[in-house]
Design a protein around this ligand. Structure first.
Ligand SMILES: [Zn+2]
Length: 167
């Protein structure tokens, strides 16, 4: 399979019995619905893959254009949000349900994963503050990730994003 951004070949990577396909720019292709084995920061598979991808932080340059599926080269992938927290846009193949993530997108999916505790906290915040939560604009997907951000700050940002969505 070839990288949909650069046409360089994708390298198979076996993680805990599941094969994913990675590009040297840090992109990754998941067959079928296997992304869900990697999409939460609590999942061992996800931790291992994120660590591996962190060695490849080059980025693909412009990632706004639509891409064809690495597995079904004649099919253009659809762009959609990964979750109701509309923070990360992914490319999904309508033919094989494969998913392509550009460099850094798995990290963002992990960052925006809300634990049940965080969801509860958000509900509580919205009740007690009657909606008076300081709102920052959600970061664009092209904004470089601030690696120094503390876990607490990241959580607050996630909550604010959810609040913006009225969830
Ligand atoms: Zn496909």
């Amino acid at each position: 399979m070839l990288c949909p951004r650069t046409n360089a070949s994708l390298e198979p990577l076996l993680i805990g019995g599941i094969t994913v396909y990675t590009s040297v720019q840090g992109g990754v292709f998941f067959d079928n619905s296997q992304i869900f084995k990697f999409s939460s920061p609590e999942l061992k598979h996800g931790q291992v893959l994120l660590k591996y991808l962190s060695n490849y932080t080059e980025g693909e340059g412009d990632v706004s254009s639509r891409v064809n599926c690495p597995k079904c080269p004649s099919i253009v992938m659809m762009r959609r949000y990964f979750s109701p927290v509309k923070a990360v846009e992914i490319d999904e193949c309508p033919g094989c349900a494969g998913i392509w993530l550009d460099s850094g997108e798995l990290e963002k999916i992990h960052e925006n994963h809300l634990t049940p505790k965080e969801r509860k906290l958000l509900a509580h915040e919205m009740e007690t503050n009657h909606g008076f939560i300081t709102i920052k604009s959600p970061a664009s997907r092209f904004t470089p990730t601030n690696k120094n951000k503390s876990a607490h700050e990241a959580t607050v940002e996630n909550l604010v994003r959810l609040a913006l969505l009225g969830l």
